[in-house]
Design a protein around this ligand. Structure first.
Ligand code: NAD
Length: 373
């Protein structure tokens, strides 16, 4: 019977866990035996006792030594990977360019590593797409973080002493996180505006009741993502967007370009002209941030403006983030685990593109170039 090992996360501020009871039960039905590192779900209030059919081991290295599949949220420590069986499967977020030693070890131990950030963004793989599930949670939570930083309420309110006007929320970058932020701000009663450099996001923003800030710039890049802007385009955008930035009460920024540092959307000068007591939540803080003043992992006060640069936002909603992540992983595992047998079909685009390492090779081209040349 294939054995699946679930690691307890060890990275700072990581509350998520790669398994929830409902997914453990479903994996049991596929013929897997679930072994969990003791206390793996404690941070999201999933004590060992709620995993009825699982077995528990205190030591991570002992746990993985006999496992066929190891699952985690963040890349495991090198000593844990060293303790894995040669040729076993590891499924986790990796981000290979930040984990050079780990990727070399995975290659040398002939581990088949499926990196969750490599799941292709195709319709068939949507249920396995942890980037999207986690980004949706982050977009929602960014607005709540913003609302609690405002010394104002968000919706309109009529009281005996007069009416309070609704706040204006501007969301910059309308991918998965940004659209969720727009929807959340609207539900809280804000007047919402959205902006992106991909024109197709206009209709998506409007369908969520938001106004779209049209800058006239089309920066569609490959694969549905944005490309970097030219200096001319940046100036054209600044001419339109500055007044929207400076009339907003809350701004959520989420802009990213794959493989590049996060683009700067808000300059120091634009912040300096913002309304008193307004707030920016910079979801790109994990990179360098979308605002020139952002301090990743910190909240800073610049004049009367508060700028929040939160890290690992999905982990702040650890319970639901773990549930969605575990379901994403289940849908991936279901592709190759059937009737107690693991069978990797390399002609399947999802298997082939999600594999970072396999049989002693780095399969992902970008990672191979970064690490081997
Ligand atoms: P992302 O995290 O890469 O970027 C967030 C947003 O920032 C994007 O909308 C991007 O256009 C925007 N952006 C980049 N530079 C900008 C700038 N200078 N100014 C303003 N905005 C800027 O995005 P994501 O959430 O990962 O989604 C990227 C694409 O993938 C979208 O087209 C999305 O619909 C698509 N997608 C497809 C699937 C699927 O088909 N399975 C799943 C998820 C996402």
């Amino acid at each position: 019977m294939p054995k699946i090992a679930v690691l307890k996360e060890t990275r700072p501020n990581e509350r998520r866990v790669a398994m929830v009871p409902a997914v453990a039960d479903k994996l049991g039905k596929l013929g897997a035996e679930i072994h969990i590192q003791s206390g793996a779900g404690d941070a999201v209030k999933l004590p060992d006792s709620v995993f009825k059919s699982a077995k528990f081991t205190a030591s991570a290295t002992e746990l993985v030594a006999t496992a066929d599949i190891v699952v985690a949220v963040q890349p495991p420590n090198l000593d844990v990977v060293r303790a894995m069986r040669d040729g076993a499967i590891l499924i986790t977020f990796v981000y290979a360019h930040k984990e050079i030693e780990l990727v070399k070890l995975l290659r040398d131990k002939k581990i088949t590593c499926f990196a969750m950030e490599l799941v292709p963004r195709i319709t068939r793989a949507q249920a396995m797409d942890a980037l999207s599930s986690q980004a949706a949670l982050a977009g929602y939570y960014a607005v709540l973080l913003g609302a609690t930083q405002l010394a104002r309420m968000v919706p309109m309110m009529t009281t005996a002493v007069g009416s309070i006007r609704p706040q204006k929320a501007l969301v910059m970058g309308l991918g998965v996180a940004g659209l969720q932020a727009l929807a959340t701000a609207r539900r809280l009663g804000a007047m919402t505006e959205g902006y992106d450099v991909r024109p197709e996001t206009k209709e998506q923003a409007e369908s969520l009741g938001a106004k779209f800030v049209d800058t006239g710039v089309d920066a569609r890049g490959a694969g549905g993502y944005a490309r970097e802007l030219t200096q001319d385009e940046k100036s054209k955008i600044a001419a339109v967007i500055t007044k929207h930035i400076q009339s907003a009460d809350m701004i959520v920024t989420t802009a990213a370009i794959p493989g590049r540092p996060s683009p700067q959307l808000i300059s120091k000068a634009q912040v300096d002209g913002m309304k008193a007591c307004s707030v920016i939540i910079d979801l790109a803080a994990e990179g360098v941030g979308n605002c020139e003043y952002t301090q990743p992992g910190d909240t800073v006060q610049i004049g009367q403006v508060t700028i929040v640069g939160p890290l690992n936002v999905p982990s702040m909603l650890g319970e639901h983030a773990s549930e969605l992540y575990a379901k994403n992983q289940y849908n991936l595992i279901e592709l190759f685990l059937k009737d107690k047998v693991i069978n990797l079909d390399w002609s399947d685009e999802v298997i082939a593109k999600t594999a970072l390492t396999h049989a002693g090779e780095i399969k992902n081209e970008a990672a191979r170039k970064a690490i081997e040349t």
